[in-house]
Design a binder for this molecule. Structure first.
Ligand SMILES: NC(=O)C1=CN([C@@H]2O[C@H](COP(=O)(O)OP(=O)(O)OC[C@H]3O[C@@H](n4cnc5c(N)ncnc54)[C@H](OP(=O)(O)O)[C@@H]3O)[C@@H](O)[C@H]2O)[C@@H](O)CC1
Ligand SMILES: Nc1ncnc2c1ncn2[C@@H]1O[C@H](COP(=O)(O)OP(=O)(O)O)[C@@H](O)[C@H]1O
Ligand SMILES: [K+]
Length: 566
């Protein structure tokens, strides 16, 4: 797994490295520029032997400084290089200024205007306008040129833009393209369609072919609009590893105030061995040399999944199937009398118990072998459903609350938060999140006019803290956070893109996966992270045409491929 950083963390690491005296800012800038050039030739190997023309758009900060380095290195390889500068050269920060002057010694720099930019065609366009220092929306000629490059005038440059650190305009903390203040700010907040008025953005969709970032990816590359504007993201090492945040107490470690709880990107083969839990560790999967032969079905837990009423039972069965396939020893569906026949006709390995109302649920839960309960999928919103949720939470079992179990508490989220405990996982999609955390959703959906903008990561962290349990906020950029601030992003973007996962019932299966893993003894954060990861892996292996029923059936092949023993 990869550590994700905020722009502030990245800056702190850079400053710590420079303060140590072991490296200078200028050296880091040189390495960054070299990294970009390397990435260009990895992406377009045919250009190695065929120098091209390139426009390098430099901004007023160190992102622009990287641009001057790239210009020099490409010119040294025989490329025809045109450099544009946005901003006052006298105000460039020292390292950028040095590289500007080196370039200027033998070459020219033209002021960036859309008109000047459009005079000639170029094979590549290097966007070195803004990176981690973006503090407000693009304006003036920077806005005009970025909009032009993203197709405002009908020419789409997306295939030839290489963005340094970020497509300029993208906030690297939130993955939001900053926009100018909406025209009617200070007037009615919503327009006639009930939408918040939006300001202009330079680009809304794919902007760069390639984004080259340094040391570690940033949150903004993976959440919200980031993946749709970055093209692909390549991370280049610039030798900062020993100063990385959270690496311990080495000299030069950034101040504690800048350390965020560990944040990781799920989705690569994970690598840390945890002998206490040989199956799956906090950091992901562990290869076991030998399968344990000691376990029996009860040591793998017994999950209870509550079914909705007659005609609404499919969602619970999907969750139950997911729980069983992913490794719960036993799974029982608890169904109201009216839904028994419907469930009985469709369940075989999964057991079925009649359970009408909170009293019967209480009796059922006296069996302590039920070590995890999942409720919400298809549960319905009738008044008595709330009693079921409360009963389960009072029983103090590991609990997964999804769908209707969350919606039930719309406008009364406090009543839910009071009874939630640390062994719970909430799995809202955007709508459910807004019902439980309306203020956070409002902040998240408000137009982002200054950076760093409020992000899905911020919202999920706040939600987990408020709820006192793990919150998994679904989407192609699923964010999972624990009350202590631990946070992961499970991205279904770039090479893990699986849009066919947006199919009815796939969220129910995800709830089941979490349930099954908690039955196996994983803690809520581990279970949520692992389930979200496997969910996408199942979708990727199955491919387009997937329906929710296919997800649990894909689990054996995925576990085999990942070499995870059961
Ligand atoms: N960290 C590292 O390890 C390394 C970092 N490196 C590189 O440095 C980059 C970060 O550099 P940076 O901090 O100078 O910020 P950058 O993005 O160039 O912009 C800041 C300037 O833009 C201005 N400004 C902001 N928004 C604006 C707007 N909309 N319109 C107009 N102006 C705007 C802002 O002004 P202010 O907000 O102060 O008014 C300030 O003057 C990073 O992305 C990477 O490429 C590598 O060289 C080596 C290792
Ligand atoms: N574009 C997408 N790419 C990948 N996964 C997605 C995408 N859209 C949604 N998902 C995932 O699909 C699931 C949908 O869950 P949910 O919205 O609860 O649907 P349902 O209620 O039909 O089960 C979630 O796990 C979500 O993360
Ligand atoms: K940039």
């Amino acid at each position: 797994m990869t550590e994700l950083l905020t722009a502030a963390q990245m800056r702190a690491i850079e400053q710590a490295a420079i303060a140590s005296g072991e490296v200078t800012g200028l050296e880091l800038m040189e390495r960054a520029g070299q990294g970009v050039v390397e990435a260009i030739f990895e992406e377009w190997p045919e250009y190695e032997s065929a120098p091209q023309s390139v426009a390098v758009l430099c901004g007023p900060g160190n992102n622009g400084g990287d641009g001057f380095v790239v210009a020099r290195l490409l010119a040294g390889k025989g490329w025809t290089v045109k450099v544009f500068l946005y901003g006052d050269p006298d105000k460039l920060p020292a390292d950028a200024r040095t590289n500007y002057e080196i370039w200027l010694a033998d070459n020219q720099v033209e002021e960036l205007t859309e008109r000047a930019f459009r005079k000639e065609p170029y094979s590549l366009h290097i966007d070195a306008l803004f990176g981690t220092g973006l503090s407000r929306p693009l304006e003036g000629e920077a806005f005009n040129v970025a909009s032009h490059m993203s197709g405002r005038n009908g020419d789409d440059y997306s295939d030839s833009v290489v963005a340094i650190d970020a497509p300029s305009g993208l906030c690297l903390d939130s993955g939001t393209v900053l926009e100018e203040a909406p025209p009617s700010l200070g007037h009615p907040i919503f327009d006639q369609q009930g939408q918040e008025p939006r300001g202009r953005k330079p680009f809304q969709d794919r902007f760069a072919a390639l984004t080259v970032t340094f040391d570690s990816p940033k949150f903004g590359h993976f959440v919200n609009e980031g993946p749709s504007v970055c093209g692909q993201v390549v991370v280049k090492d610039i030798g900062l590893e020993q100063w990385r945040v959270l690496k311990g107490t080495k000299p030069g470690t950034p101040p504690r105030s800048l350390r965020l709880p560990h944040s990781v990107l799920l989705g690569e083969r994970p690598l840390v061995k945890d002998r206490r839990k040989p199956w799956i560790s906090r950091f992901g999967f562990v290869r076991c040399k030998k399968a344990s032969t000691k376990g029996h079905k009860y040591t793998h837990g017994h999950a209870l999944v509550l079914s909705g009423g007659h005609g609404k039972t499919g969602a619970a069965r999907l969750a139950a199937r997911g729980a069983l396939r992913i490794g719960a020893g036993l799974v029982t569906v608890g169904a109201p009398r009216a839904a028994m026949m419907e469930n009985a006709c469709q369940l075989t390995a999964i057991m079925l118990r009649q359970m009408d109302g909170a009293d019967e649920l209480r009796t059922l839960l006296q069996d302590s072998r039920f070590n995890v309960v999942c409720l919400g999928p298809g549960l319905g919103l009738a008044a008595d459903r709330e009693g079921l949720v409360l009963e389960v939470l009072q029983a103090n079992r590991a609990t997964v609350l999804d769908a209707d179990a969350l919606t039930q508490f719309e406008d009364r989220a406090e009543a839910l938060f009071e009874v939630l405990h640390e062994n719970c996982v909430l799995t809202p999609h955007g709508g459910e999140f807004a019902r439980l955390f309306p203020d956070l959703a409002e902040k998240l959906n408000a137009p982002a006019t200054t950076g760093p903008a409020y992000s899905k990561v911020d919202a999920t962290r706040e939600a987990a803290k408020r709820a006192g349990c793990v919150v998994l906020f679904k989407g192609p950029d699923t964010v999972i956070a624990a009350p202590n601030g631990l946070c992961s992003v499970n991205s279904a973007h770039y090479d893990r893109s699986a849009p066919w996962l947006a199919t009815a019932g796939s969220g129910d299966v995800l709830a089941g996966f979490i349930t099954g893993l908690m039955a196996r003894g994983l803690d809520p954060m581990q279970a949520a992270e692992t389930a979200a990861y496997l969910h996408v892996e199942c979708a990727l292996d199955f491919g387009p045409g997937l329906i929710a029923e296919d997800l649990p059936e894909q689990i054996p092949a995925v576990l085999r491929r990942l070499d995870v023993l059961r």
